[in-house]
Design a protein around this ligand. Structure first.
Ligand SMILES: *Cc1c(COP(=O)(O)O)cnc(C)c1O
Length: 467
C-alpha cells in the first residue's frame, strides 16, 4: 500500500489555544444604542461592546507561551539588564545594525531620528508613503515629508506584486531638484501601511540604497512590518523562493544604514520599539536624546519584560508557518469579499483588507463620509469595529476648509494570532450582508470635532435618522 502525501488546501492556524478571552455578543438594537451613545464614532465605543475588533493590528496581537515565560524571567535592573542584552542581540541578529536603542514605541524612534536629522525650513524627507506619525514628526520638526510611491500604488484596482515600491526616477529627480544637502535621510516603509499594506521588492530596496549611497544620503527603513514584507519577497520575487524569511530579512536590512521599528507590529508585542543604526557618532547622539524622553539607553521606555517579549517575538514573526498563515488569512478574507463583488485594494496586503467605500456607496458624496457610514454599518450589522481612512480622517485642511480625501477606504486590520478562520468567515458574512443592503446606507455629518486628528474624537450624526 502506498499512500500519497496530503497536499492540503487548508492552511490551519499554526498554534493551539490554551488561554481564552471571552468576547461579548450584543444584538442590533443594543449596538444601535451603544453607537448612538458613542456619537456615531467607533473610536468612542468601549472595546467590550465590540465582537471582532479590527481597529488596528498594532499592539493587539496574542503572545506565545514562549514570550510569556520569557517575561516571567525578565531582569528589571535599571542599567545593563540581561533582558536588554537579549533584546539587543535579537535585533542585531536580524538587522545586522551595530547599535540598538530601545524606545517605548515606533514614534519615539522617529522622534529621536528626526530631532537629529531634520533642520527646520530646510529638510525634505522622501519616503514611499509616510505613515501618519512619521509625517507628523517630520513636519513637527519643520521638515517636508514627500511621498514618492510608484503610480500603481495609487490605483486600488490595479494588480502589481510590489505596490509599495518607491518611484526611483522621482527619487533621483527630487534629489537633483532639492539638493542632496537638504535631504538628511531617505526613508522606505516596509510594508507600506498607508498605501494598503503593500510590499516593497528587494530590487527596489537595492536601487533606493544605490541612489542614497551615490549621493551620500543615509537610508533608513521604517521596518514595522518587515517580516510580512519578507514573506511577499519570498513568494513573489524571482530568486527568493528558496531563501528563508530571516535570510531575506538580513539581506533587506543590509542595504540600509538603520531603521525605526514599532515592536507592536512585527515585534509581536503589545508595546515597544527601537531605533537601530550603524553610525557610531550618530548612535551616541541618539542615545543622549533618548535619555531625555525615553529613559536610560538599556531600557528606553520599556520594562525588562517588554524587551523579553520583543526579543522572542521578532524571531517568531519570521517563522515560515506563521507567515504563511498570516498572509494567507488576509488574502482569504480579500478573496471572499472580491468574490462577492466588493471592491478592495488589490492585491490584499499583509496586515489588512481595505474596502473601497467610494466604489461601494456612489450615492454618498465624499463629504458625507461614505467610508465612515460603512464602518458604522459593519458595527451595527455584526459588532465589527473597523476604521475609516477617508475624508473624516484626512478631509480637514490646515486652513479650516474641507476637501475630499484621495480615497474613501475602510480598513479591516487583522490582529496577529488572535482570530480564527471562523471569525474571519463570520466577518466576511457581515461585510457581504452589509454590501447587499448598500443602498440603505446614508451619509453622515459632523456635529463636533477638534481641529487636529479629528477622527479620534469627532461626534457625528446620520443624515437619515438612526440608520
Ligand atoms: C505603527 C507605525 C508607526 C508608529 O509606531 P507606534 O508604535 O504606533 O508609535 C510608524 N510607521 C509605521 C509604518 C507604522 O505602521
Amino acid at each position: 500500500m502506498t499512500l500519497s502525501p496530503l497536499d492540503s488546501k487548508t492552511i490551519i492556524e499554526p498554534f493551539r489555544i490554551r488561554s481564552v478571552e471571552p468576547i461579548q455578543f450584543t444584538d442590533m438594537e443594543e449596538r444601535k444604542r451603544l453607537l448612538k451613545e458613542a456619537r456615531w464614532n467607533p473610536f468612542l465605543l468601549k472595546a467590550e461592546d465590540v465582537l471582532i475588533d479590527l481597529l488596528t493590528d498594532s499592539g493587539t496581537g496574542a503572545m506565545s507561551s514562549r514570550q510569556w515565560s520569557a517575561m516571567i524571567e525578565s531582569d528589571e535592573s535599571y542599567a545593563g539588564s540581561s533582558s536588554y542584552y537579549k533584546f539587543d542581540s535579537a535585533v542585531r541578529d536580524i538587522t545586522g545594525f551595530r547599535h540598538v536603542i530601545p524606545t517605548h514605541q515606533g514614534r519615539a524612534a522617529e522622534n529621536i531620528l528626526f530631532s537629529l536629522m531634520v533642520s527646520a525650513g530646510q529638510s525634505v524627507i522622501p519616503n514611499n508613503t509616510h505613515f501618519d506619525t512619521t509625517r507628523a514628526h517630520v513636519e513637527h520638526k519643520g521638515g517636508e515629508a514627500r511621498d514618492l510611491l510608484i503610480a500603481e500604488g495609487y490605483r486600488p484596482q490595479t494588480d502589481h506584486p510590489f505596490k509599495g515600491n518607491m518611484d526611483t526616477d522621482k527619487l533621483e529627480s527630487t534629489i537633483r531638484d532639492v539638493g542632496a544637502d537638504r535631504i538628511p535621510v531617505i526613508m522606505l516603509t516596509v510594508t507600506n501601511n498607508s498605501g494598503g499594506g503593500q510590499p516593497v521588492s528587494m530590487a527596489n530596496i537595492r536601487e533606493v540604497s544605490r541612489i542614497a549611497r551615490k549621493y551620500g544620503i543615509p537610508f533608513f527603513l521604517d521596518a514595522c512590518r518587515f517580516a510580512e514584507n519578507c514573506w511577499f519577497i519570498k513568494t513573489r520575487e524571482p530568486g527568493f523562493e528558496h531563501s528563508s524569511p530571516i535570510e531575506i530579512a538580513r539581506e533587506l536590512f543590509s542595504y540600509a544604514d538603520g531603521c525605526t521599528m514599532s515592536a507592536k507590529k512585527d515585534g509581536m508585542s503589545n508595546i515597544g520599539g527601537f531605533l537601530a543604526l550603524n553610525d557610531d557618532d550618530m548612535a551616541r547622539q541618539c542615545r543622549s536624546l533618548s535619555i531625555l524622553t525615553e529613559g536610560f539607553p538599556t531600557y528606553g521606555g520599556m520594562a525588562g519584560y517588554d524587551m523579553e517579549a520583543v526579543a522572542a517575538g521578532l524571531h517568531e514573526a519570521l517563522d515560515e508557518g506563521y507567515l504563511r498563515y498570516r498572509i494567507r488569512s488576509t488574502a482569504y478574507l480579500g478573496e471572499k469579499l472580491t468574490d462577492a463583488g466588493i471592491a478592495i485594494i488589490r492585491p490584499t496586503g499583509g496586515h489588512a483588507v481595505y474596502i473601497d467605500a467610494r466604489e461601494m456607496l456612489p450615492h454618498i458624496p465624499s463629504l458625507q463620509y461614505p467610508a465612515w457610514s460603512l464602518t458604522n454599518a459593519l458595527y451595527l450589522t455584526g459588532g465589527i469595529r473597523a476604521v475609516e481612512i477617508g475624508s473624516v480622517m484626512f478631509g480637514l485642511q490646515p486652513d479650516g476648509t474641507e476637501r475630499e480625501a484621495p480615497m474613501e477606504l475602510v480598513r479591516l486590520a487583522i490582529p496577529r494570532r488572535v482570530y480564527t478562520q471562523s471569525h474571519i468567515d463570520y466577518l466576511a458574512e457581515v461585510v457581504i450582508h452589509t454590501y447587499r443592503q448598500r443602498e440603505h446606507l446614508c451619509g453622515y455629518r459632523i456635529t463636533d470635532a477638534p481641529s487636529v486628528l479629528r477622527h479620534f474624537s469627532a461626534e457625528l450624526e446620520p443624515l437619515e435618522g438612526d440608520q
